[in-house]
Design a protein around this ligand. Sequence first.
Ligand code: SF4
Length: 293
Amino acid sequence: MKNVLSRLGMRRIAVSDLSGQEWCEKQMELSHLHPKKPTVEMAFGSAAHYEMQKRVYVSLEIEPRVYPDRMYKEGYEAYVNLAAMRSKGVCRELKVYGSVNAYEIAGKIDELKLEKGAVSIIDDKAVDAEKADASDYVPRTYAVQLFLYRKLLSDIRSRRYNYENFASSRKLGSMPLSKEFEMALAEIGIRDSLMSIEGIYKKMFEELYALPEISSRLELRYIDNKSREHLKSIFIQYDEKQLTDVLRDCMKYWNGERDARPVPMKERWKCKRCRFFGNECKVWFGEEEGKVA
Ligand code: SF4
């Protein structure tokens, strides 16, 4: 079977792909094959994230010219915002990296917070206040997402996944910055040792190695789409065994050992909300049309 990553036009697996497999693996695959145009809901979600980000985030105000410049900017901002967490107690929008079964994994943590000498991981979900679920139920997709963030961050902190792994997988040594970008960095006083992608990511990883213990109490925080107010938080406990079982099963798909699985019969209700229902996916269509419970 053709390599799954290349068939889907991907270089690495996102945390959202792995958590998406918990919702419907077939839907996750189809989302890559038929990418969605941005919607109003997506714009609201991003706006809510942006509002929260701008309260604490420090940006590098230099326009990237080429891809290595963009990567530098990301690494620089991560380094500066991680360092600032010591005084501010919070760091937003942190990209994390790692590997599972030799596959590269990447994700973005909404917020890290220093609490009682440990780092807490928070995932924000922007929702309509009137539609917010009153129960404290945490869907498996959300739980897996939070578990993965904790695993990736803990792996880096313990150097199980380190700067050298990252540099070699991303081929950082062959990523020169544009001359214009370098000059702009020099103008704002960036020192020579941080003037390359390798230099800045080394520094960023040093900040991650130095993090205090990562809390196993994970927070799912619901934010009102419109007012951006904090509606409620639900806390769950990291479960290594559950994550290992989930990843073992997910990897069978990425290894090409099985095709993408549709939702099981008892979860057909998900199909009604799926944009592929009756189009690219006809698994529960046809005789089930109009009868999806
Ligand atoms: S229609 Fe149902 S089974 Fe098919 S991709 Fe969508 S959610 Fe999955």
